[in-house]
Design a protein around this ligand. Structure first.
Ligand code: 8YV
Length: 313
């Protein structure tokens, strides 16, 4: 039997690649020297896209693949996939929910601790020999503080659960109140920021959340406030954030995601009050193995004519 042709949007770990190559004819668009020539050669046969959360699949790309049946996303966020186009054209879409929730939530807490307790600064302080001669200065406590969670979905509620264990007072903003949770619901994001010492963004990306953390929200968070973003760079007005960090109208930020990844705004690099990470919240061996398995299980279900495991469209 001939192997179905699939288009790989970005690099996958070797263990996934080996498994995919066993079952599919894998075409790596990210390593093509000439994208147009690559598509001209392979597009007519492609039946599936295996993407990555942040890379996605545009309508233009999907339009160029006449035999496309499914987009299997290696990530929970599908904001970079044109879902409307997929739906209108009978193209299925799957993602990898749940398997990454715990690691992403752990990382949100780690980033909060890193920013508040200034862990990167302490590390540099020891390495560059200043410990013997200087004074690192005091940092900000995390336990017992008021935390605002922006987006109380799977990841938001896992972050809340962890920080409740730090005796933090948890409030949240979302479209609707979660009847199953006892945390305080604040339907106005600026008001949530005003009430919070730390704001942790876990919202899904996309047009409805673009720039939702804007200048007034940052102003309300205030000069002692810390912002953590583990969602998508698009949810934060990055110019407003850089301005707030430069003018110290918020205390600090810790960011795993950026408006333009991986080539982030270089103004971040000059700031000592921001912790920068390379979109790696789900990047543990355990979670990435589970994500890769789910991508393959969805593809296998599709090509076997069985129900998809985690369908989005
Ligand atoms: C991954 C993500 O870093 O799940 C998502 O939406 O953005 C992350 O888990 C990404 O998908 C891996 O490329």
């Amino acid at each position: 039997m001939t192997k179905p042709d699939i288009l790989l949007m970005g690099p996958y770990p070797d263990w996934d690649l080996a498994e995919l190559e066993e079952r599919y004819q894998v075409h790596k668009i990210y390593s093509a020297a000439n994208r147009e020539a690559f598509l001209a050669q392979h597009a007519p046969n492609i039946r599936a896209i295996a993407t990555r959360g942040e890379l996605g699949a545009s309508a233009e790309l999907m339009r160029s693949l006449p035999k496309l049946e499914i987009v299997s996303c290696y990530g929970v966020g599908t904001d970079a996939i044109d879902l409307a186009h997929a739906k209108a054209n009978g193209i299925r879409v799957t993602n990898t929910p749940d398997v990454l929730t715990a690691d992403v939530a752990d990382f949100g807490v780690a980033l909060l601790l890193a920013a508040a307790r200034q862990i990167p600064k302490g590390d540099a302080y020891v390495r560059d020999g200043h410990w013997a001669t200087g004074n690192m200065g005091l940092v900000t406590r995390v336990c017992g503080k008021k935390v605002g969670i922006v987006g109380m979905g799977r990841i938001g509620s896992a972050v809340a659960k962890r920080l409740a264990g730090f005796d933090c007072e948890i409030s949240y903003f979302d479209i609707n109140r979660r009847a199953d949770l006892h945390y305080s619901f604040v339907p106005d994001l600026t008001e949530l920021a005003r009430r919070s010492e730390f704001l942790i963004v876990t919202l899904a990306g996309g047009e409805s959340t673009r720039g939702i953390v804007d200048a007034p929200v940052l102003a309300a968070l205030g000069a002692n406030g810390i912002l953590v973003n583990i969602s998508r760079g698009s949810t934060v007005d990055e110019s407003a954030l850089i301005d707030a960090l430069e003018r110290r109208t918020i205390k600090a930020a810790a960011l795993d995601v950026f408006a333009s990844e991986p080539n982030i705004d270089r103004r971040f690099l000059a700031l000592d009050n921001v912790v920068l990470q390379p979109h790696h919240a789900s990047g543990t061996v355990e979670t990435r193995q589970a994500m890769g398995q789910l991508v393959r299980d969805n593809l296998a279900a599709h090509f076997a004519g069985q129900p998809l495991i985690t369908p989005v469209v």
